[in-house]
Design a protein around this ligand. Structure first.
Ligand SMILES: C[S@@+](CC[C@H](N)C(=O)[O-])C[C@H]1O[C@@H](n2cnc3c(N)ncnc32)[C@H](O)[C@@H]1O
Length: 333
């Protein structure tokens, strides 16, 4: 059923037919969201279905306030410093509640086209990855599902950093801010001074990505989140670090084990790890790609768990991790 093509009147009929409550004051966009997720867009959960029960468990008032203490036994059951092959929507439910200190999520942006655009002046072709293609409704549901799980496995007041572009960032922000009422600390703008030129010449050259920094607690209750202010200042010539980071695209040396269309530079992830985690912290990367988060986390004595669906990228990640472990071992000797 394509809700976007339905008239307002028919959407209301459908909501009534499904027994959803509290829809009369919603506008069309909210109604579509309600029908797609069966979670009330203004926070009231009005029908108990398998999906909404999952939401109830992760709803702000339930998830927050519990202070899960991760005992050694709990941690022993986790694949610490391992990359797991598979779909994070299948793997995350096997993790206990409230065990991770931080999550760095670099999910699909839903920006790929079935056939990417290229031009005569370079070999660059825009993204055309199967794992990055969703309908609008599918993308909303996928995002809601993984965010629900990530918030469950993250400690209260743990940091979550989520990458996105204009294709995805509004969906991500809406889910974190309006559905889960998580505290949004800020958005970081990663400015790429050497971004690829625009091929269509119908818009500005895309040269930024955003990183939402949110805290896993209701916006009014969030407190004591990790932020290494002094370290950030020291990295910025002893001036306060701004939320606009000028960092060039990935260096060829970071791709020596194979290419990934949206691999992040080590320098971007390093800044997140150093700003938002402390030594010994446990960091989750549910969309590992080539393992950038694990490489940086290991270098800075953080522990990590990563998940990646595509075997080819898992193999690149393993090679990068082996190299980084070897470098660290050499440094210790
Ligand atoms: C934007 S890329 C991450 C790139 C990564 N930050 C890096 O530096 O290499 C997103 C990754 O998520 C993976 N992916 C997509 N859907 C997934 C899912 N449901 N579970 C696990 N991994 C998934 C894709 O294969 C892709 O490698």
């Amino acid at each position: 059923m394509n809700f976007h093509q339905m008239r307002d009147k028919d959407l209301r009929k459908e909501a009534k037919k499904r027994g959803l409550r509290g829809y009369s004051s919603l506008n069309k966009a909210q109604l579509i969201q309600y029908l797609a997720t069966e979670v009330h867009p203004l926070g009231q959960i009005s029908k108990t279905t398998a999906a909404s029960e999952k939401q109830i468990q992760a709803a702000p008032s339930e998830a927050v306030g519990r202070s899960p203490k991760s005992s050694d036994t709990t941690l022993e059951s986790l694949p610490v410093n391992q990359i797991l092959s598979g779909d994070c929507l299948n793997i995350l439910p096997s993790f206990p509640d409230g065990v991770f200190d931080c999550c760095i999520a670099d999910p699909p942006f839903n920006m790929s086209k079935k056939k990417g655009l290229g031009w005569a002046f370079s070999s660059h072709v825009t993204m055309q990855e199967g794992w990055d293609i969703f309908s609008k409704d599918e993308y909303f549901q996928f995002t809601l599902d993984w965010v629900t799980e990530v918030l469950r496995v993250l400690k209260p007041n743990g940091n979550i950093f989520v990458f996105g572009s204009f294709h995805s960032i509004f969906t991500l922000g809406f889910i974190l801010q309006s559905i889960f009422d998580r505290r949004i600390i800020t958005q970081i703008v990663w400015y790429k001074p050497n971004a690829q030129p625009n091929i269509t010449c119908r818009m500005f050259t895309e040269s930024t990505e955003f990183i939402i920094w949110a805290v896993n607690n209701e916006s009014k209750k969030a407190k004591n989140w990790a932020f290494n202010y002094r370290r950030m200042k020291a990295m910025n010539n002893n001036k306060q670090m701004r939320n606009m980071w000028e960092i060039p695209l990935i260096k060829p040396s970071e791709r020596k084990y194979g290419k990934h269309p949206s691999q992040k530079p080590l320098a971007v992830v390093e800044r997140l790890i150093l700003a938002g985690t402390n030594e010994g912290d446990l960091v989750l990367a549910p969309f590992a790609g080539t393992g950038t988060t694990g490489v940086v986390a290991s270098k800075h004595n953080r522990r990590w768990v990563m998940i990646e669906k595509e075997e080819a990228y898992t193999q690149i990640a393993k090679k990068r991790l082996d190299e980084s472990f070897a470098e660290q071992a050499n440094n210790i000797e």
